[in-house]
Write a protein that binds this ligand. Structure first.
Ligand code: NBP
Length: 476
């Protein structure tokens, strides 16, 4: 056998990963259910490196050096289980099956457990960066055992994106940790995109700027602390003119955002873990709201505010205000996502280092951004921050941004421009800084109607007030 790694599932992601491995000097075994795809890949790109095409599963497995490492890049869900079942019986103890698809981490936990019992390593791996990333360097988030990473890690690190010479790939933690972190990455991506979209909407509707002018604003922002892939492509999209109509591209696209489900998984999981990811949730809901055409049609006649737009000094500074609001809200989205990663890590015993996660998100993936360096620094400190918001750097940035952030939310409310991402982020910030929350009243209500009991600020124990009687307090 000559191949160091094998890829089965040669649609766009699998093909590009295989080519990426080959370009880095690895011999790559190729397999796909439909052999025509394998042949097509060989014809088009066979000259790029050392490939070993295989028609059958047996041939494919036989071409792999031991411990065998084979990456499955097929459609997530039942196809992944089918492929695992096809290959597992052909493998031997210590071999490593890698699932690079977008699997739910609970599926990954189940598969890992069952394959571990059969003496095989199973590595659920998050891969971000889309087709382009798969070919030129993605961000890679592998789960699975420490032992599997010893033989697999160097291969994955060699094809990953690099930032300052550091690979955007690290062992995240056991079993489903990699797919969990990829899921939260996508949740943060939803929030990031929503916040950028709200910034554009406010600049357009409050200041009357054209998409082309707003593209320029984003280009400027991309030269500063907001520098990131998403800001960069936003400027490109806003600056693009539709060839057929000559109109701004953004004006000819239907305003109904679609989703594949990883944002929804993030929020569902956060609900289960009891983690308040309000910014990510608003982003997911904003997409589903946009898709409800019937609600929006029926609501066209609803009255709006009398405010028209900004003028004078408020207009002058508004773009700068939005930049501040965007940066502050982005910090909140990442703080919430990291909280979820920490909660998942605790629940499942993964021991994930948030600083290392931020480090491998600096390149290759969709949310790659300059400010991720700051997150890595925050978690490299002797005393880890309880929340990203209270790390010195971020606390200072939030403090400096908050007046502008409040003005932006106020303006959105006054003009009737929805900004659920900005408002949710600000409400989260204010909730964390509040000494007392009205949750005390909620506890009183719960005790009143359901005898759910409450704890007191001044004494240990649980209490219940006899609301229907003499209102005496009892120890519960
Ligand atoms: P697809 O998700 O479109 O899957 C197509 C591949 O799955 C083909 O190779 C197909 O084989 C194979 N397949 C199917 Br469908 N059912 C099968 C079965 N029962 N047995 C064996 N093979 C089967 O490919 P993709 O877009 O390249 O994505 C691959 C994975 O990577 C997915 O999990 C996706 O969510 C994830 N991902 C995608 C992106 C992206 O940007 N596209 C980014 C990150 C992750 P055939 O040729 O014989 O039909």
């Amino acid at each position: 056998p000559t191949a160091q790694i094998g890829v089965t599932g040669l649609a766009v992601m699998g093909s590009n990963l295989a080519r990426n491995f080959a370009r880095h000097g690895h011999t790559v075994a190729l397999h796909n259910r439909t052999f025509a795809k394998t042949k097509a890949l060989m014809e088009e790109h066979g000259h790029e490196g050392n490939f070993v095409p295989a028609e059958s599963a047996e041939e494919f497995v036989a071409s792999l050096q031991r411990p065998r490492r084979l990456i499955i890049m097929v459609k997530a869900g039942a196809p992944t289980d089918a492929v695992i079942e096809e290959f597992a019986p052909l493998l031997e103890e210590g071999d490593v099956i890698i699932d690079g698809g977008n699997a739910h981490f609970e599926d990954t936990r189940r598969r890992e457990k069952s394959l571990r019992e059969r003496g095989l390593h199973f590595v659920g791996t998050g891969i971000s960066g889309g087709e382009e990333g798969a070919l030129n360097g993605p961000s890679i988030m592998p789960g699975g055992s420490v032992e599997s990473y010893k033989s697999l890690g160097p291969l994955l690190e060699s094809i990953s994106a690099k930032v300052d010479g550091t690979p955007c790939c690290t062992h995240i933690g056991p079993d489903g940790a990699g797919h969990f972190v990829k899921m939260v990455h996508n949740g943060i991506e939803y929030a990031d995109m929503q916040l950028i979209a709200e910034s554009y909407d406010l600049l357009r509707r409050a200041l009357g700027m054209s998409p082309g002018q707003i593209a320029e604003v984003f280009r400027t922002w991309n030269g500063g602390r907001l520098e990131s892939y998403l800001i960069e492509i936003t400027a490109e999209v806003l600056g693009h003119t539709d060839a057929a109509t000559g109109k701004p591209f953004v004006d000819v696209v239907q305003d109904q955002a679609e989703q594949k489900g990883t944002g929804r998984w993030t929020v569902q999981t956060a609900l289960d873990l009891g983690v308040p990811v309000s910014g990510i949730a608003e982003a997911v809901f904003a997409r589903s709201l946009s898709g409800h055409a019937e609600l929006r049609d029926a609501s066209q006649g609803l009255p709006g505010p009398s405010g028209k737009g900004l003028t004078g000094a408020a207009a002058e500074r508004f773009a700068d205000d939005v930049e501040q609001a965007l940066y502050a809200s982005k910090i909140v989205a990442y703080a919430q996502g990291i909280h979820q990663i920490e909660a998942g890590s605790q629940e499942y015993g993964w021991d994930i280092d948030p600083g290392a996660v931020a480090r491998i998100w600096r390149g290759g993936c969709i949310i790659r951004a300059r400010f991720l360096n700051r997150i890595t620094e925050a978690y490299a400190k002797e005393r880890k921050p309880v929340t990203l918001l209270t790390d010195d750097h971020f606390a200072e940035a939030l403090g400096a941004a908050q007046d502008a952030w409040r003005r932006v939310v106020t303006t959105s409310v006054e003009l009737g421009v929805p900004a659920p991402g900005f408002s949710a982020a600000l409400a989260y910030y204010d909730a964390l800084r509040s000494q007392r929350l009205p949750a005390a009243l909620v506890q009183g209500q719960r005790d009143f109607f359901g005898a759910h009991t409450y704890r007191r600020v001044d004494r240990e124990g649980s209490f219940h007030t006899l609301w229907g009687g003499d209102r005496d307090e009892r120890t519960a």
